[in-house]
Design a protein around this ligand. Structure first.
Ligand code: BES
Ligand code: ZN
Ligand code: ZN
Length: 486
């Protein structure tokens, strides 16, 4: 992502390869578009009719200018009728994916009348250009080198655009980790990559290995790791700004591959299970961005990292384990492993007494059944905390739905021999998982995000690419900003 973002002069004084201008619904010209239309001539409307370009969000048309403009190509980018930050990000995402072959893109999109418009444009544009090319022998990486904001006094736009770049880079980093095959992200490797990505931002990194994990009595993580060949890790990253306004603990599920363990998944269910560390990836990305932006919130990030494999030493259905806080768990299904490693992560987080714990996990197929592929589930023991996270997610354009945490369902995970069992029967699986996690947060305000659906985007659209999405990073950054503001 080496796009250089600069302010340039006004549209009539500049030249270059691509000029992108916004258009609102019913082809209402946005900033700069009228100027372009005046120069292209009357046939433009016929052409746009033919292309069914109305200016709806998702509409995008590029055309050669044939010397009528000092730009070789003009791109009309649809913004829809009601423009907010998310519409601008999405439109910019469409633009980014359309212009990967152009080295020089100039735009007036940031002139749309919204606070933080430039940041939204940069974020959407860079994410729209994201590709995971590590294993393509004939990859065609983006050729874009310059994104230029055309306006009088465009310097401000460049400055605010930088925040968009930091966030886009953090999301892209999370996507890279998620898209990486499990063979190349053993827990130790993943922990190192994450540490290397956050340490330069001033984050303190600590990585626990198997002996530390045992000494710290992390019985959930130890239990899941029993069947794995590659040893477990637990990454603990700390960001401590000079004058913190709040203390946020983040916990991310980091199962680098979920085979189900002895409760083995069917082959189709395993195909995407390299992405079962998306919660941890989101936490890594968020910590990096929060530190790079210097948001005055103390952050403790905890990610238990292991494979869930059916090796000879594997946890057996019926085994009892004891996570960090001492409560015992009868493991009846080894495929419900996320909650076991999160039990340790949440216990550690609660011990640190933060103002708020947020955990992110690709926790249940049940949540994906309930909310589909693009909406995450939210559970909380604190309405105020839930409200803050929902507001942050709304600003970030990441969709979450508040789900219930009914006390009377708790008995469904009563165990005859331990304090609880790790599964109930068929119904309400995502709620059951959340009730299980609640046992490990003490009475610290806590929000649980089940991102089993949106952690992987099913299709390429606007600023999303198919595969790992980095869902959660942007909500967490918004949340930190909100907590910093008090
Ligand atoms: N990692 C899965 C959940 C999952 C499924 C995420 C599909 C994304 C897509 C989790 O560890 C799991 O297997 N959960 C089980 C729980 C069940 C055994 C109670 C599930 O959801 O089926
Ligand atoms: Zn599982
Ligand atoms: Zn899992």
């Amino acid at each position: 992502m080496n796009v250089d973002i600069t302010a340039a002069g006004t549209i009539d004084h500049e030249s270059g390869e691509v000029l992108a201008v916004p258009v609102f619904e019913d082809r209402v010209w946005g900033p700069g578009a009228q100027w372009v239309a005046d120069r292209l001539g009357s046939w433009l409307d016929e052409y746009l009719d033919e292309e069914s370009f109305d200016g709806r969000l998702g509409d995008i048309v590029s055309m050669p200018t044939g010397d009528r403009l000092a730009f070789t190509t003009v791109v009309f980018v649809g913004l829809g009728a009601e423009v907010d930050d998310e519409a601008l990000r999405q439109a910019s995402g469409w633009l980014g994916r359309r212009t990967t072959k152009s080295s020089n893109v100039a735009t007036t999109l940031h002139q749309v009348d919204l606070d933080g418009a430039a940041a939204a444009v940069v974020e959407g544009f860079l994410l729209g250009q994201y590709q995971f090319n590590t294993y393509k022998t004939s990859a065609e990486p983006s050729k874009t080198e310059h994104l230029r904001f055309l306006s009088p006094g465009g310097d401000n736009a460049t400055v605010s655009g930088e925040e968009g770049r930091v966030v886009a880079e953090a999301v892209s980093f999370a996507r890279d980790l998620i898209n990486e095959p499990a063979i190349a992200k053993a827990p130790a490797v993943l922990a190192d990559r994450a540490a290397d990505a956050v340490a330069p931002a001033g984050v303190d990194v600590e990585v626990l290995g198997p002996e530390d994990i045992e000494r710290e009595r992390l019985g959930g993580l130890m239990g899941v790791a029993l069947g794995a060949h590659n040893p477990a890790r637990l990454a603990m990253f700390r960001y401590e700004p000079a004058d913190p306004q709040a203390f946020l603990a983040l916990v991310g599920k980091g199962i680098v591959f979920d085979s189900g363990g002895l409760s083995l998944k069917p082959p189709a269910g395993m195909e995407t299970m390299k992405t079962d560390m998306s919660g941890a990836a989101a936490v890594f990305g968020a910590v990096q961005a929060i530190a790079r932006l210097g948001i005055p919130v103390k952050v403790l990030a905890i990610t238990p990292l292991t494979e869930n494999m059916p090796g000879g030493g594997a946890l057996r259905p019926g085994d009892v384990i004891r996570p960090r806080n001492g409560k015992t768990v009868e493991v009846l299904n080894t495929d419900a492993e996320g909650r076991l490693v999160l039990a340790d992560g949440l216990s550690l987080a609660a011990e640190a007494k933060p103002d708020l714990i947020v955990d992110l996990a690709t926790l249940t197929g049940s949540c994906k059944v309930a909310l589909g592929e693009k909406i995450g589930g939210l559970w909380s023991n604190d309405d105020n905390a839930a409200g803050m996270v929902r507001a942050a997610a709304a600003r970030a354009g990441e969709r979450l739905w508040h789900m219930p945490l009914p006390d009377d369902y708790r008995k469904l995970i009563d165990s005859p021999i331990a304090d609880m069992k790790n599964v109930a029967d068929r119904w309400g699986g995502a709620i059951i998982a959340a009730l299980f996690l609640k046992e490990f947060v003490d009475d610290v305000p806590w929000v649980h995000l089940d991102i089993a659906g949106p952690a992987r985007w099913p299709d390429a659209e606007h600023y999303q690419s198919k595969g790992g999405s980095g869902f959660g990073v942007r909500t967490l950054v918004e949340l930190a900003k909100e907590m910093a503001a008090g």
